[in-house]
Design a protein around this ligand. Structure first.
Ligand SMILES: [Zn+2]
Length: 428
């Protein structure tokens, strides 16, 4: 199921992408009310854009523009729209994503080759531990991808460890598709209910939504905890509604593979220029083959690093390292650039910490301040020092850390309407 283009040379991949890019530009130049206006206002002759370097001359698309002009991005009449998806917008109202029949086929293809990348075969059975409804794209993509690949799928949905285990024992799935932190709940349930994890049918998990690796591809604290409790293979996947494309790890665990037939990926600095090889920057994407809502140079807000050396799996495609953080959440603290996930990792290293909340604010000097509120089993000065030392060792800086009551902290972490706990409040 590995597409030929993935093992082609970098030059061949580039040439292939340039042809696909030209088709994409011609399509949006004809069908997208939004991009037609952008091209007209900026006096852009799209037929002059022939290479990936030329692409850099075109304007970028931001989340705000997508939100404010939502309908103008839709390139097909209503009758052609099959599925409606929403994604959280930057300005309150959710952004609508429309998918045509062709887009659903593309989504199925994307997920099938991504699963194949994660060593899933037609004989495998996958347990879907995420929701398929609520206007989400991901769950539907996983279902369509498994179907296209010919693998079995059990749609359990999110949560309820007891039902998940009931399904595992009944249907013997070989893969789980889940948020990795939920695997800890699965391990806890199994341990408390006499289920022998070593004898389970599960051999791997496709981990969505949370990173499982450090930047050098070693397991992070969360993944180490999972592996200690349950020795299954973990595959990271990174995707978003706007991309309608996944970057899945292969068996070599060296970053999420790029699918050149589905998306063009650029990594840009603060001035919207290409970063130097191997530097962290914002992922900016151009979708390929999307019919209803194609996006040109869309800024994802995710800070990533690209890896371009050939992968031992035989694919030559670029790989994305774990998401370092959200661009908006970048913190400049005492001369160091930090992202919240790195702080989560440090805090998660302590068994004694029950929960935490990180507050980022601006001080009188206009620079960033970090306050970490923690609820811990041991509220001693010694323990506080231990945590601070660990911050210094891992991140070179020590933020302000305070002990708080667990109940009080959890009230802040679980506001009404929130789909998941909040670990960060950004007051800047
Ligand atoms: Zn690989």
């Amino acid at each position: 199921m590995t597409p030929k283009i993935e093992s082609a040379s970098l030059q061949e991949i580039k040439a292939f992408q340039e042809i696909e890019m030209q088709k994409m530009l011609a399509y949006i130049g004809e069908h997208s009310a939004y991009y037609k206006k952008v091209f007209r206002e900026n006096k852009i002759e799209i037929s002059a854009i022939k290479t990936l370097e030329d692409l850099q001359r075109l304007p970028i698309t931001t989340k705000d523009q997508l939100q404010q002009n939502n309908d103008a991005f839709i390139c097909v009449p209503k009758g052609k729209i099959i599925d409606y998806v929403t994604t959280s917008g930057t300005l309150g109202e959710p952004v609508t994503f429309a998918l045509s029949e062709k887009d659903l086929q593309r989504l199925a293809y994307n997920e099938a080759i991504s699963f194949a990348c994660a060593e899933v075969e037609p004989d495998d059975v996958m347990q879907l531990m995420t929701t398929m409804d609520r206007r989400f794209m991901a769950g539907l993509a996983y279902f369509l991808g498994a179907r296209k690949l010919g693998a079995g799928i059990i749609r359990v949905g999110s949560g309820i460890p007891e039902l998940q285990w009931d399904s595992i024992l009944k249907f013997s799935p070989t893969y789980l598709i889940c948020v990795p932190s939920f695997l800890l709940k699965m391990i806890e349930f199994a341990t408390n209910n006499g289920i022998d994890l070593a004898k389970s049918s599960v051999k791997g998990a496709i981990c969505i939504g949370e990173p499982i690796r450090n930047e050098d591809f070693t397991y992070n604290t969360l993944a180490t905890k999972i592996k200690t409790g349950w020795d299954i293979k973990l595959y990271s996947t990174y995707a978003s509604t706007e991309m309608s494309t996944a970057f899945n790890e292969c068996g070599e665990s060296k970053g999420g593979h790029h699918h050149p037939e589905l998306i063009i990926a650029e990594i840009l600095n603060n001035k919207d220029q290409q970063v130097k090889d191997g530097e962290v920057g914002e992922l900016v994407i151009t979708t390929l083959g999307v019919e209803a809502m194609p996006l040109l140079r869309f800024k994802t807000g995710d800070m990533v690093r690209a890896h371009t050396s050939p992968c031992p799996c035989g694919r030559n495609t670029m790989r994305l390292g774990p998401v370092v953080g959200r661009k908006k959440q970048m913190i400049k603290y005492k001369g160091t650039t930090l992202y919240p996930p790195a702080m989560y990792n440090v805090l998660n290293d302590f068994e004694k910490i029950d929960c935490f909340l990180i507050e980022i604010s601006l001080n009188d000097l206009g620079t960033d301040e970090i306050l970490i509120k923690i609820a811990a089993k041991t509220e001693t000065e010694e323990f506080l020092h231990e945590v601070k030392d660990h911050f210094r060792a891992k991140l070179r800086v020590t933020p302000t850390i305070e002990f708080h009551d667990k109940k009080e902290l959890n009230m802040l972490r679980f506001p009404k309407m929130s789909r998941k706990p909040i670990d960060l409040i950004d007051l800047r």
